[in-house]
Write a protein that binds this ligand. Structure first.
Ligand code: ATP
Length: 248
């Protein structure tokens, strides 16, 4: 299992304006841990995820991999990033070899895309594409799974089923997961730990361990109680909660 320790991660952008987006993030994630990173728009969540994915190398600070670097890193970003001229099935097989086809079909069925294997991304809704991107990430059996609001445009029921799929995959395979979400309920329902980025400071302002046993019932009232406690700590998170409720 792959743990990671971030020490004093800083990211400064100069355009369009000079700005310290991350200003000394310290965060250690244990191998096999499921961490949710929350906070309103613009606090640098995606930037941190891109740094961990190896896509943003303009940061300062140190990233340690105490168990060695991840061998299979997978990421799902807000935009699905599928190759437009390949079918869904071929998009999945891009990250694996042909022998993985039965598993790829199985995963497409698990994200409720059975029957769409031959479709091209442009023929599908944004939500369908996002589910395909999730299936593609799971196909590589990642040891580090980075998720940037992967369920954001899905309807309430579908998002619930995809959350259950993700939770089930994590329990069986135990990848190390960092999930960025605006949805506090989602964060508490899934994660071992919720990490809040501070408003305007670019640093971790709160970490809260979620000691509820897995598998979790999303209707467990203890989840709402923890969400209320987090909102009490950082009322800025409430705006995002309202938006999540509107989307549902
Ligand atoms: N390549 C870039 N160049 C300049 N500024 C950037 C770049 N990438 C991100 N930023 C800025 O950094 C800030 C943080 O962006 P980031 O996407 O990491 O926030 P976030 O917390 O993930 O927001 P959201 O929840 O809306 O996705 C924003 O003000 C954004 O405009």
């Amino acid at each position: 299992m792959i743990g990671v320790a971030l020490h004093g991660i800083r990211r400064h952008f100069t355009t369009p304006a000079r700005r310290d987006v991350l200003d000394g993030v310290d965060l250690a994630i244990a191998g096999g841990e499921f961490v949710a990173l929350v906070g309103p728009s613009g606090r640098g969540k995606t930037t941190l995820l891109r740094i961990l994915a190896g896509l943003d190398t303009g940061h300062q600070g140190r990233i340690d991999w105490p168990d060695g670097p991840p061998l299979r890193r997978a990421a799902v970003f807000q935009e699905p990033r599928l190759v437009p001229w390949l079918s869904l099935l071929d998009n999945l097989l891009l990250v694996a070899d042909r022998a993985a086809e039965p598993r790829a079909r199985q995963l497409l069925a698990a994200v409720e895309l059975a029957g769409s294997e031959a479709a091209y991304p442009g023929q599908l809704s944004g939500g369908m594409q996002r589910r395909a991107a999730l299936a593609r990430a799971l196909l590589v059996d990642p040891d580090l799974l980075l998720l940037d609001e992967p369920l954001v445009s899905l309807d309430h029921a579908m998002a619930g089923r995809m959350r259950a799929l993700l939770a089930d995959h994590w329990r069986r395979h135990r990848p190390t997961v960092l999930l960025v979400t605006h949805d506090l309920h989602e964060a508490v329902a899934l994660a071992d730990r919720v990490v809040v980025l501070a408003a305007g400071a670019g640093r971790v302002s709160l970490q809260r361990r979620i000691d509820l046993p897995h598998p979790r019932d999303p209707d467990d009232p203890r989840i709402d109680a923890i969400v209320t406690a987090l909102l009490h700590f950082d009322p800025g998170l409430a705006v995002e909660e309202d938006e999540a409720a509107d989307r549902a």
